[in-house]
Unconditional design. Structure first.
Length: 102
């Protein structure tokens, strides 16, 4: 069964999938351990290449912004904060040098 995203999902199939998931219930610890061991054995992350086309890369980037709270991503805010900290350190160093030269 392919896992391709569809532009429009069939609501009856979505509802049936939810009902089936409720019937199965949560994963038991033994089942979770079996999945973990299988993943460690197969190591699917080694074959993962990520998006290959510009469209795929754009969709992948959009996925990261989907749950973003503000107008800037955490990565952008961290970069901005690092720039501010560097500027503050530079200002402190300039102040120290100015005080020494007096």
């Amino acid at each position: 069964m392919s896992q391709h995203p569809r532009s429009q999902s069939n609501p009856r199939r979505v509802a049936a999938g939810r009902r089936n998931q409720l019937k199965r219930g949560p994963l038991a610890p033994e089942g979770r351990e079996k999945l973990r061991l299988t993943a460690l054995q197969n190591q699917p992350w080694l074959q993962s290449t990520g998006p290959r086309t510009a469209e795929g890369e754009r969709r992948s980037a959009d996925n990261g912004r989907k749950n973003q709270v503000g107008d800037k991503s955490v990565r952008a805010m961290r970069a901005e904060l690092a720039d501010m900290l560097a500027m503050m350190k530079n200002m402190q160093e300039l102040r120290r040098t100015a005080l020494r030269s007096r």
